[in-house]
Structures are given as structure tokens and as C-alpha cells.
Design a binder for this molecule. Sequence first.
Ligand code: UFG
Length: 329
Amino acid sequence: MSQRYLVTGGAGFVGSHLVAALLDQGAEVVVFDNLLTGHRAAVLPGATLLTGALEDPDAIEAALARGPFHAVFHFAALSLVGDSMRDPIGYLAANVGNGLRLIDACVRHGVPRFVLSSTAALFGTPDRMPIDEDTSIDPGSPYGDSKWMLERALAWAERIHGLRFACLRYFNAAGADPLGRLGEDHRPETHLVPLAIDAMLGRRAELAVFGTDYDTPDGTCIRDYIHVTDLATAHLAALARLDQGSVTYNLGTSTGHSVLEVIRSVERAGGRPVPHRIAPRRPGDPARLVASPARIMRETGWQPRLASLDDIVATALRWREAHPGGYGG
Ligand code: UFG
């Protein structure tokens, strides 16, 4: 019999790609999403979409009543570092409150496994690279702290109630489904890869490069871009590993790329220049964030398959060219 999964935030960027990976395996998938930032069209036809809010305990009960679920994947969250610096308590209340309500309901319904979308923003501004799971936790933002609080809550839910969990700390998710079914569509868009592509395609005037005076070889910030489909397969690998106990993994490729390198990759993929201008630093941006994914590779055999920046950018470009209005068009 096929396994059944509940995916909160399954209409969002990373969540929708995980739903695709689960469906591709023959699983039954129930998506729970409030569609505020997610898109109905990002939920592939094989999945069941329940539109509801994690603020509503009755809606959570109704979703869990669709079980029994082999696991719950929790993607739904506010996820902008800058917004969280402007509204710290609102961010903590939403992300932590919603996550705790869901974890509590999972415990009451006897859900055996819980997979949390966590973040590299837990680590603040570490001075040691690459960042492994033993790097000290020092969230530089309420957004990062909200994920850390949920990681801690899961540790208690396991200790007291036996809920197995995977905390998956994403570095920079980018790219699009290689089969062209799904892509990245945030409104407003704040992420580098889609913004650089849109500047190249003439859909926005130019890209602002936030700071060229960082302590990096070309002066721009370095990030570890990981293909969203590789993130999805990392969830499947982590899930399988839960049979042996709970896990916490950093998900990246171990390779960092600067903002200027991303611009050059987009130019290679599209054969046109990316109009850009130098702008001041964006508050809160660390100079360098690069993951060590050694633990998940060692413990599960997971490998990123689309690890090169050019592969990531090429898939993202293909989707944005094919969907000028994103999911709305
Ligand atoms: N950047 C620009 N111009 C832009 C947008 C981004 O120069 O218009 C730069 C940023 O300064 C940064 C890099 O491109 O150096 C990547 O920026 P993104 O906004 O794409 O991604 P972040 O690294 O800021 O954030 C991502 C996720 C967050 C998560 C964080 C953890 O979006 O949710 O990684 O490291 F918290």
C-alpha cells in the first residue's frame, strides 16, 4: 500500500518540489496551505489540496483526520529575514505558534515522523566555513530564531512523546523542476537568482547588487545555492533515515558562489547581459554562508545531482521563460 503524507506549505517553492518527488514515488499526498504566498497551480494534480490556516486548530484537526500519515512535512512559514527584523514578535508568534500547534496535533494523532524546514539563518555570522551541524547556533534574526525554537520543541516532542524528527537546514534554495512542472514565484520576489533572470529578460530594469565591499574575493556575498529538486530528494533520504532515529542535517552543496558569479552564470545561460548596479549592503547579510552537507551524505548516501550553479540557473531560466506571469500567467 502506498504511504500517505501531509505537507504544510506544499504550494510554496520548496514544498511543491517535495510534493512532486513524493508523487513521483507513488505516494499519496495531502497539501495544507493558506495560499497567501503559495500557488494553487504549484500543487500537482496528483495531490489533494486543503486550503486552511495553521492558526486554526480545527483546520489542523481536519487535515490530520485525512490520515493516518506516515510523516508530516512542515514547510509553511513566514520566511523573510528582513521582514522578521521589522516585526520580530509577529514573526515569532506566527512561525513558532503555528509550528507548535502542528507538532502538538501530530503527537495527539500519533503521527510517527515530522520533517521541519529549517534554515542556515540559525547560524548567524559564523567565522568557520563550511558550516556543519556542530557550528554554534546564533540566530541573527527572529526568523532564524523561530526555526531554532521549533527545532528545540521537536527535541522535547521526541524525548517525551517519541516523535521522530528531521530538522533540515536549507542554505539557498534555487532552480526549478527539471521536468518544467514547477518553478519559483515569490511575490514580491526578493531572491537573487529569479531577480537576476528577470533583469536579463527585461522584466525589471536592473538588479541591485547589495554591497561590493565584503571580505570576499570579488567583494560580493557568497552563498551556497542548492537545487530545489536536490533539496526534495534530501527530504526523502532524511525520511528513510528516521527509522534509525531523529536527524539534523545542513543542506547545501559545499560550494559557495558570489553575487557576481551568479550574474555571470545567468548571462551564460541566457546569452544576454544582466543589467545591474552597485547598491549599499542589505542589513543583516553575512559575507559568506557555505554548508558542509557531509553528514547527510555519509549517513544516507544522498548526493546533489544538479550541484553546478549553471544547472541551477538553467532550470530556473527555462521555467521563467516559459511562465512570464509565474503561476498567475
Ligand atoms: N542579493 C543582491 N541583490 C538582490 C537580492 C539578493 O545582491 O536583489 C544578494 C544578497 O545580498 C545575498 C545573495 O544575493 O548576498 C542571496 O540573497 P537571497 O535574498 O537570494 O538569499 P539570502 O541568502 O538572503 O536568504 C536565503 C533564504 C532565507 C534564509 C537564508 C539563510 O531566502 O530564507 O538564505 O541563509 F534565511
